[in-house]
Design a protein around this ligand. Sequence first.
Ligand SMILES: Cc1ncc(COP(=O)(O)O)c(C=O)c1O
Length: 350
Amino acid sequence: MIFASDNWAGAIPAVLDAVAAIGREGPAAAYGNDSTTARLEARLAELFEHEVAVLLVTTGTAANALAIAALAPPWGAVLAHEEAHLAIDECGAPEFFAGTRTLRLPGQRGKLDAEGLAARLAEIPRGLHHGELSVLSLTSPNEYGLVYAPGELAALCDVAKAHRLAVHLDGARFGNAVARLGCTPAEATWKAGVDVLSFGGTKGGCLMAEAIVAFDPALKEKLAFLRKRSGQLVSKQRLISAQFEAWLTDDRWLSAAAHANAMADRLATAIAAAPRARLAWRPQANEVFAFMTAAEAERLQAAGARFYDWSVAALGPEDRPEPGEKLWRFVTSFATTEMEVAAFAKLLRG
Ligand SMILES: Cc1ncc(COP(=O)(O)O)c(C=O)c1O
């Protein structure tokens, strides 16, 4: 009953096999000059139906920070939701690597909307003394497990572009969003106006593999220097490329995500029927949110369930916890089983 996070899961067997196979293969050129990395780059261009620059790194934090550094000058300002991982959970990495400031925007359940963004952009002071507004960073699925449909994304990107902002998308769980939306990776990114995607593989079934995917290949050189300077140019990069390649093969990334999403739906149904928990909202990816008391959470945790409490800062009035309740997050993964969810459902009823 591990619902703490999807990065608690191991890795998909095909990913592990690919790492073992490439490790046995013998020598290959270092620093990404190998044939596996070249193949992966071509595969990602095909997947996104667009020319791309691909830079592999080991963490989502690095992907986000370097993406921002590629898009913004050091005197730039980045707009992000106030609960965005990049704004509050990365120890200032984007500010450190990019030199930028992060301006935090409110938005219910972690989402920004085009109207709110336009209104905020109209009032943010600009000019020499304030820095240059440079990037809008969005997250999908976001910190509350909600996704931006292509239309919502396009509306936000249109506002950003009208203000000459580049758009970064934190896709630490991009597969879960695409699997849920049923759209193409292109529709979920550049077709809507996204310039750079942090494409997360780790939470979706890799060991540690994150790709910075820039839809303007001219960003490649800048990103390459940034990655080296940040210590993220892994010399045996083929080990990361092999993970990503195996994960994309036969659409494993999508089937793993669809499975995690389906497990989240089951979990949500169990929570909705529980006597001492309330489903906060229907999941749109692989994260489920529930209100319950700390005492009830402790009872579940004492029986072996793993999950964390969550910030209520971005909840609207209709989402408010009742007195004594807290918000809790449950994350499913490719490794979550129906039995695990059924065992938890039984525990919830107990
Ligand atoms: C939305 C989001 N972005 C980025 C990250 C960063 O991942 P990492 O822990 O690999 O730096 C996470 C990890 O929890 C996340 O949830």
